[in-house]
Design a protein around this ligand. Sequence first.
Ligand code: AMP
Ligand code: GLY
Length: 429
Amino acid sequence: MEKRFSVLVVGGGGREHALGWKFAQDKRIEKIWFAPGNAGTAQLGFNLPFASTDLDGITGWAVKERPGLVVIGPEAPLCAGLADRLRGAGIRVFGPGAKGAQLEGSKSFCKDLLVRQKIPTARAGSFTTMKEALDFLEGMTFPVVVKADGLAAGKGVVIAESQPEAVHAMREMLENRVFGDAGAKVLLEEFLVGEELSLHAVTDGKNLVFLPSAQDHKRVGEGDTGLNTGGMGAYAPAPRATSQLLAEVEEKIFRPTLAGLAAEGIEYRGVLYAGLMLTKEGPKVLEYNCRFGDPETEVLLPLLRSPLWDLLVAAADGDLAKIVVQTDHGSAMTVVIAAPGYPAHPIFGQKIDLGEELPDTAIFHAGTKTGKHGVEVSGGRVLAVTGWGTDLKSARERAYAGVKGVRFEGRHFRRDIGHRALGKVVFEE
Ligand code: AMP
Ligand code: GLY
């Protein structure tokens, strides 16, 4: 008998739409649910009325419906222990438990593990009082990086050029608690210079399956200027990531990370996503994330030739040794279209015209919902338009052709995604 699979994707952004889009191409999968999903995911399956952090709601639903797999997209439910709850109820889950998710949820936990395992990373100290932090700051050269220990929606990192700036950032976090409890502890870190690289591996705690390397664009403005965002675009693979570099990263970074987790008694089943800085002395870890990147997922999944189901189920079952993944030899690029005012004060509610469907292009919804007048803007990052082709240049042409067709009032996007690989080419409408 033909197998019929079902999957729940937790989350409601571009990453989750891309996961659903990939699952929807698999003829064996007959049901896809999202919690909570968005206007794009509603086209692929069923949106459930649960926030991604509603552990009781999601667990209660899963115990009744028994999906064949739950994939947890965002970090917040992972750090809150959703994977543990579901596993405890006998449900198959892709995503680490709360202990493993500390790799992202606590920068000091991550740093301690990196240091214990002698993994290359920026030198750092962690503090809970201003006095200790000020003492440590004495010995540092500027710029220094001030980080809130906990989850701060990508906003908890300040690059301070001077002593007063660093002191201000530390005060805001430790004393004024601008990030709440996430700032009860701060890290002071050496500033690293180089190009950044995202590397994702799927793991069952013992084996690693690497996905193509990628580069994100975190600043809102062209030429990497302006405020930090969740990510304004990405491409894969990154030409800088040669096979030699990737072999070095596997041996010096990923393998000892898994060994470090195992030494803590943590069985990590999910994505290990390393944010790396390619410094003159070699690759160093900036941070780990415990999940797929967003918008990296929107370029990685279109390049994946093998079924996503088999890969994630094998990781969830601790059976990844048998999996070999095929990826496309071409490239993919995604351009995020943001709401007016994003990231500081985004404005929502505009009606979106998605334009025509184009070949080798996908429009992933992030901050959208279905309202009275059709698809409307409901989040800061609204859509991620991905194009793919034989090389990065053709991927870029397709992505921007897709962007051109999408209209809503005040939309904005970066016109230079891929500039590190392609040089300074700027899209003109
Ligand atoms: P994180 O959330 O730790 O990845 O930090 C967000 C961004 O801040 C990174 O993507 C880097 O651009 C920058 N960053 C973080 N740590 C450092 C560091 N030690 N040196 C230079 N830049 C950093
Ligand atoms: N693209 C950055 C992130 O997912 O954290």
